[in-house]
Design a protein around this ligand. Structure first.
Ligand code: GLU
Length: 608
């Protein structure tokens, strides 16, 4: 969580616009407060305030921020409420050292007590503020260089961090260190960058160097030096060119990133299908050979792993469970060298997932991941990786990465069906053809349902509670739809197995209560009719995501979303979720909320 960015330019000149432009691309990571520090005329300039970037920009003069180096931060508060004082950057007592930080310093209280005893004066309640004071303390006490003082500081802290430091003592450098929080370097002829994520500098460069845990890097105007803090050795790591294009981090005429990303799905799914990945066969074989399989994820990704779980049970007939990463403890005793863990993550930086797979690896498990971000921490702890190729996702509410994750689960499932013999050659080929049709079905789904979603949203926006019901495979579609509605439109939304809804939830139903049903033409279709009738008999207003031409269902419900014919029922979880993404989006907009930056949330959850 939180976005951090640093820029070094060739001369000491205006730098505020560049830093804010980069921070804007990272605002999905946190938006409690914003701050920038630079060094100009031998002094630190610090500008910071509570609020989102647009709000803070109204109060500050960007042109006043000059320097050769600058760092910027957009916060997702963990220690101390959002406020001007707690906003990063933080400084030492002499105002010579400025630090931004992503993560949590676990031993900050002990360090703060020591520093207070030594006379340091603190301005904030954050854990982060111990960092500049500790650097200052090492400089004074041990008369070491700035670089050594920062390294000593990093060695004293426990917890997770991506940190960037600038100082009047060496006004042409940025020093960074990383452990369990993401940090990347961007290189261009005129500027050097460091940031939590690539979109920050994508409009300047596609040349990227990924930093690993326990590394320290000194960035100057045309160089970077990486040191492995465990061995003290210098590491040579060449940049690589990312395939992402600068426009991928722009809204391209859409009012919000979320809407743009919903519309991108036909292309992202087609990219996934087009790019061959040799790891798919190895992943399927290892799952087939394993004794136990656990899929591991958090948030939306968890729902995609439910598809994976169902497919593995179906095609390999093997016990397999999808586990929420933060509940890994519950399965820890089951992990051994015959276990396969399949972590699924957009960012590859979700802390709960990282902690779980590190432990599972120590216990001998094989890690086979599905991840969007190339080179991210999860991929570095994996034996095999399936990449999602969904491009940067900037809207906080996941959309295109959920459908890509679900597609990846199907990809694995089909290979498993082939290996296990559950699918014969003809069936396999037929499903592969259907698989390739998914992007076009999703495209038609968007075209058929966007205006409807906007229309239904005008009614939904006035509600404060709803149910999403489905059976079997599409239960996760209902769960994902309900999650989208609660996270961006702030309407309490609960997904339930439709057959289970009479065991409790139905007690809440009253006149005009919204109940969304997911009703594909599969074996669940007949049974769900009864569940619709039960809800309507209590006054509920039923909405269905149904297959085009399903007249009987159309007559049962007040509003419908239609999925075009031609999809294989096996793959229904992908097109059926799309109208629910659109419904949540338009409901949020009608309620006056920003779907890209829902309150209290952050996209990449890098704290436990
Ligand atoms: N723990 C720090 C704070 O509360 C950093 C949080 C973040 O990653 O944004 O300020």
């Amino acid at each position: 969580m939180c976005g951090i960015v640093g820029i070094i330019q060739q001369t000491e000149s205006k730098i505020g616009n560049e830093i804010i432009e980069a921070l804007t691309k990272l605002e999905y990571r946190g938006y409690d407060s914003v701050g920038v520090a630079s060094v100009a005329n031998g002094e630190l300039i610090i500008v910071k305030d509570e609020g989102k970037i647009a709000e803070v920009l109204e109060k500050i003069d960007l042109d006043s921020i000059k320097g050769r180096v600058a760092i910027g931060h957009t916060r997702w508060a963990t220690h101390g409420p959002p406020s001007k004082e707690n906003a990063h950057p933080h400084v030492d007592c002499k105002k010579q050292i400025s630090v931004i930080h992503n993560g949590i310093i676990e031993n900050f209280q002990q360090l703060k007590n020591e520093l207070l005893e030594q006379g340091h004066v603190f301005q904030s309640e954050t854990d982060t503020e111990v960092l500049p004071h500790l650097i200052e303390q090492f400089l004074e006490e041990e008369k070491v260089s700035l670089e050594e003082a920062i390294i000593k500081t990093v060695e004293r802290i426990e917890g997770t961090y991506g940190i960037c430091v600038i100082s009047t003592l060496e006004p042409d450098k940025i020093f960074c260190a990383k452990k369990d929080s993401p940090l990347v370097i961007g290189i261009n002829d005129n500027r050097m960058f460091c940031a939590s994520d690539i979109p920050a500098f994508l409009s300047y460069t596609q040349e990227v160097v990924l930093l690993h845990d326990d590394e320290f890097v000194t960035i100057s105007k045309d160089n970077y030096e990486i040191i492995d803090l465990k061995t003290g050795e210098t590491i040579t790591r060449k940049p690589y060119t990312v395939s992402w294009k600068p426009e991928m981090a722009q809204k391209a005429g859409f009012p919000h990133f979320m809407l743009k990303e919903i519309h991108e799905q036909p292309n992202t799914l087609a990219d996934y299908i087009r790019i061959e990945q040799p790891s798919i066969l190895k992943i399927a074989e290892k799952i087939y050979e394993a004794e136990k399989v656990f899929l591991l994820a958090a948030g939306t990704a968890h729902y995609s792993t439910l598809t994976g779980q169902n497919l593995i049970r179906r095609f390999v007939k093997k016990p397999c469970s999808s586990v929420i990463a933060s509940e890994y403890e519950l399965i820890k005793n089951l992990i051994d060298e015959k276990t396969v863990i399949v972590p699924v993550s957009q960012s590859g930086e979700t802390m709960d997932t990282i902690m779980a797979i590190k432990n599972a690896r120590e216990l001998g498990a094989t890690i086979l991941s599905a991840v969007n971000i190339v080179g991210s921490t999860v991929t570095r702890h994996s034996d095999e990786v399936l990449y999602l190729y969904a491009g940067p996702e900037i809207g906080v509410a996941a959309t295109k990465t959920y459908t890509a994750q679900t597609l990846a689960m199907w990809d694995i499932g089909l290979e498993l069906g082939k290996i296990s013999g559950e699918l014969d050659n003809d069936e396999y080929e037929m499903y592969r053809t259907n698989f390739k049709n998914i992007p076009s079905i999703v495209k038609q789904t968007i075209v058929h349902n966007e205006a409807r979603a906007n229309h239904i949203a005008s009614w939904f926006a006035k509600k404060n509670s709803s149910f999403y019901l489905a059976r079997s495979l599409n239960l996760q579609t209902a769960r994902e739809g309900a999650l989208k509605m609660k996270e961006i439109a702030y309407i309490h939304s609960e997904a339930y197995p439709a057959g289970e809804s009479k065991h409790g939830p139905i007690a809440l139903v009253e006149e005009d209560y919204p109940v969304v049903f997911v009703t594909p033409q599969d074996q669940t279709r007949k049974l769900i009719v009864g569940n619709i009738m039960e809800m309507k008999a209590r006054g509920a207003t039923a909405i269905a995501v149904l297959e085009e031409g399903d007249k009987e269902m159309e007559e049962l419900v007040k509003w419908k979303f239609e999925i075009p014919k031609g999809y294989s029922e096996m793959f229904s979880t992908i097109p059926y979720v799309v109208p629910l993404q659109l419904l949540a989006y338009y409901t949020a907009v009608r309620r006056g909320y920003s779907p890209d930056q829902p309150r209290n949330l952050s996209k990449s959850v890098t704290v436990l």
